[in-house]
Design a protein around this ligand. Structure first.
Ligand code: CA
Length: 219
């Protein structure tokens, strides 16, 4: 599993990052200061660090100088949006820069891009006996290949990227079919039924009353 260290002293932002990245299948640790972060990277392996610039004590830029020789990818997260700061962060060896406030979708895209650059993306997603190889797009169940249509595969990926989150039918439709939802839920319901049957996920993909569906995965 990809492990991400979040160093952010604003708790609501740290919580938002933690929740979004955990739902997307990453394993996260949160720390609120640079000194603790410097200790953490020595005792645990991290694949990526999300680093706030304005931190109490050692700031993000100072910590970056300490982290640079470790060659762990770093994305700076900051409210400061001046060009000067961006250049400073990148010169210090950061891989990318996200300016607060940010969209979750943008954050996830940047995280994925940096991980891919370092060949750190998990190409195997595993839930029980179901394994998804995201490079070859091959899905197996108990070692047997499960033939999925393109829409079923997209639907499965959407659930895997939003574990334990109730997804509205409308959201599912718009994300998988990339069309505006016109209120006809039968398409979504049919595909969910097919996916449940093919993966043996009758219980796992739970129906959420008046909302839609939720993939239930105990972490
Ligand atoms: Ca801060």
């Amino acid at each position: 599993m990809i492990r991400i260290l979040i160093v952010e002293d604003e708790k609501p932002i740290a919580d938002l990052l933690d929740m979004s990245l955990t739902s997307a299948g990453y394993s996260c640790d949160c720390l609120d200061n640079g000194a603790a972060a410097a200790d953490a990277v020595e005792s645990r392996r991290y694949d990526l660090i999300l680093l706030d610039v304005m931190l109490p004590g050692i700031d993000g830029f100072e910590l970056m100088e300490y982290l640079a020789p470790l060659e762990i990818p770093v994305i700076f997260i900051t409210a400061r949006s001046t060009v000067k700061d961006r250049i400073k962060g990148l010169k210090l060896g950061a891989d990318d820069y996200i300016v607060k406030p940010f969209e979750i979708a943008e954050l996830l895209a940047r995280v994925e891009t940096v991980l891919r650059r370092y060949h750190k993306t998990d190409t195997r997603l595993v839930v029980d006996d179901v394994v998804v190889d995201t490079q070859s797009r091959v899905v197996t169940r108990g070692g047997e290949i499960v033939p999925l249509t393109a829409k079923e595969y997209s639907l499965l990926m959407l659930f895997l990227q939003n574990r334990n989150i109730a997804l509205f039918r409308e959201t599912i439709y718009e994300r998988v079919w990339e069309n505006e939802y016109m209120g006809d839920s039968r398409t979504v319901d049919l595909h969910v039924q097919r996916l449940r049957k093919k993966l043996g996920w009758q219980e796992r993909i739970a129906a959420v009353y008046k909302v839609g569906y939720r993939l239930e995965v105990k972490e």
